[in-house]
Each structure stands twice: as C-alpha cells, then as structure tokens.
Design a protein around this ligand. Sequence first.
Ligand SMILES: [Mg+2]
Ligand SMILES: [Zn+2]
Length: 501
Amino acid sequence: MTEPRTLTELDYTVVIPTAGRDNLAALLRDLDGAKGPPPTEVIVVDDRDSGAALDLPHLALPVRVLASGGGGPAAARNTGWRAAATELIAFLDDDVSITAEWPRRLVKDVSDLTADCAGSQARLDVPLPERPLTDNERDAAGLMRAWWITADMAYRRSVLAEVGGFDKRFPRAYREDSDLALRIRRAGYRIERGERVTHHPVRSEVLLTSVRAQRGNADDAVMRHKYGTQWRDLAGAGPGRFGGHVRATAAFAVAALSGVAGRPRAALTASAVWAALTAGFAVKRILPGPRTPREIATMALTSALIPPVACWHRLRGELTVLRANNGGPRTAVLLDRDDTLIEDGPYLADPDGVRPLDGVAATLRRLRDAGVPVGVVSNQSGLARGLLTERQLAAVNARVDALLGPFDTWQVCVHGPDDGCTCRKPRAGLVHRAADVLGVDPAQCVVIGDTEADLRAADAAGARGVLVPSPRTKSAEVLRARHEERLAPDLDAAIRLAGVS
Ligand SMILES: [Mg+2]
Ligand SMILES: [Zn+2]
C-alpha cells in the first residue's frame, strides 16, 4: 500500500461480465428498481465472441456495454474496471440475484472500510433443496463458505490498478478470484466480509458436468507455479482430491501396460487396486447424496472418468506453465511516468493533457507480446503539495493506462520530499513493491526513467537502472549515466541495453 486511502465519496460502478445468460436482464431490472444510492454507471462486459448485440432491457440507470471478445471472466472484469471512473467497483456475476436493498447494503458495507482494506465481499446464499444434496449441489453450497468470490465483490479501483487486476491466464470462472485476492493481500491489504446477501443459483447439471469441471486442474497448475506448494492453504482451497486421482490413474496405467506386456497377474492386481480406488471415490460421492438411481449411475460413471481427465488437465496446465517459463526467471520492466511514458506537464491534473511520448506505445506492445511484465513507478508529490486531488491523479493515471496500458502494476508515491516516506524515488520502496506485486526478485527488474532519482531508486532496490534523458534532464546526470554505461537515447534502446528483448 503506497498511501492509506479512505473512501470519501461513495460513488460506485457496477461491473457485470456476461456470457449472455438469460438472468442478466432480470439482474439489471432488479438493480434499476433497488433502494439506496444508485451506481454512477453500470458497465456490462459482453464476453461472447459472437458479435451479436446483447438483448438488454431499457433502464433508468446509465448502462455502458463493452466487448471483451471471449477472453473469459477475468479478462472481461479487467475491461470493465479499467473503463470505470469511480474509485469503488462492485463486481456482480450475470447469474446472481440481488435483493431490493442491495445498493443500500453495499454502501453500508463499504462505508466502514478502513484504509488498509481493499474491498468487501458479499455473503452468497445458494438456494438448496431440503433433501440430501447431489454432488453438484454440494459443490454449489461450497460457495457459501468460500473466500473472495467475485460473484458479488466490491474492490477499490486503485488497489486493482496497483496489482494489475485479474490475471487473464485464468480463462474460466475458477481460481481467478483467489489469485487476485492473494495478490491484494500480499500487497498489504485486507478484504472484509460484508453483510449484504446475494443469491447464487446451483448451475444446472448434465451427465458429464463434474468431468468437464476437471479443466480447473490446469488452473491449479498456474496457482502452484505462482504461490508454491502451499497455495491451497493460502487460498483456503481445502486439500482437494488430486492425490487420489493420480493413484487411480497410475493403477489403471499399470494394469493396461501389464496386460499389453503379457503379465496377467500384475495386470489383475493393478486392476483390483484401480477398482477399489474408483469404488471408494464413488461411494464417498454417493453416500451423502439423495442416492437416486440417476445420481448413483452418474457418480459411478464420472468417478471412473474424473481421475484420468483430472491428471490430463493438470499435465496440460503444467506444460503450459513450463513453456511460458523456459527462458528462465522473468525480467520485469518498471517505468517512470513523467517524461518517460508521457510528456511532463508539471502536476498534470487533467486527463486530456496526457500525451504519450513518441515510440513508447510500440515498445510497450513489443514487451507485452514477449510476455514481459511492465509496471509504473512514479513520484507524484503534487498531491502532498496540494496542487492536485486524489481524484485528478486517478483520472490522469487511468488515461495513461488506457493509452499505454494495461500496466501490470502501478506504484505511486504521493508524499512530499520532506515527508520521510520510504517510497519516494530515489528510495527503494516503489521498486520493491512493484517487484513484490509482480512476483519477481528486484534483481530481475529494470527501472527506466529520465532522472538520476530513477537510477538511484533502482540501485537502492538492487534492480538495474537505465537513463533515457528528456530535454529537462540535468547534463551532469546524463554524463554520469553515460560514464556508468547506462544511458540510452530512447525507450526502445533502453530495453535493448538492459537485454530484456
Ligand atoms: Mg520523470
Ligand atoms: Zn512515498
């Protein structure tokens, strides 16, 4: 956290990613008719790739529809919050139902938020039948206890920007919310549980729903890669069943191979082990349920299919992670804002005054295409000096993000030179925080800026620094950087000098 931020104004934007579910129209109508302070805007992010128009009811509330082209809910939510103008973002999923009191309760939940708190999670209520629950219903019931579910979650926009929003490597509504929350907590924030209650349906089920859900094992591979083997504890994900799936799949493979190799006794033994493991798994899923013939048949079939399918998806996920990392540890690029990314208007307060420097957009695109994380580390003492407001600074940074982003992290020091903070460059704080958020070592970061303070911040943090002078850079600083062989004429040359790409 670079600066405690209290929510002084309770303006909020509702962001709804949608796959075009029927419930969306009802949700929008409920929002329109609900009691309490209305949102400044509702942003519906259409994540279908069909290009067909969404069929939306006419509302009194201002509604904006954006398209995200089928990148999944994580990418769609990023499109939504980045376009929003308010500090508070309330995410709703398109399949939930809100109460008539929702806006009032939301505002109550967030108005208590302290400065170190990034957001407020709703309590999800899943309507369940009175009889014993099916496997699918038990899964849905888990949402009522789960942490950080984005089906109804309000976050501060500044915190989303600081951590770079959702990781779009999560392509489905699975683990993407845990991953975001873990990064927000690593950045030093808490997430509160609010009092508002929102209804979440049990998704309808077909025969192989539980088998299809095994695609999530690929996302578990990404989690393990990002947070280490302790990720399940960190994310409150429970022990999971993957170990059992590996044993059942291994027994099946040994049985098949022994059969092919003409070793019938070994094949028989391994088959017996496989059958016992599979039966045990099925019984565990059947016993707590309604035990109807249909549920028993579904559980018997899917309990045999799930283990190999789970292993396959996990393997696929691990290979994707490996392929993305085969260049060794990742290098991150951290950029100064004024006179490095955009023209420096002293204490720029108006987003319309944002002018990207020549060539910067193309260089950033090339870095992102190469998978290099890119962040901003910026001193903005204008706030401490009373020359611009928090709102103006946020609007300017949002414009920079829209023109040159999305950046994977924004680290901004809003203190004055005499405040004695640890973040203002030439101190190391901004670089350290950016490295933390990006999950890289500071030694893997290249800091590029137009003043010696940028280079000294890099040195203090143990990162590398490259100076790209502007017409305003002091000539003594340029000479020193040249002597130290860390001077480049433009951003593109700086990237090459640092050996990033
Ligand atoms: Mg600068
Ligand atoms: Zn500071």
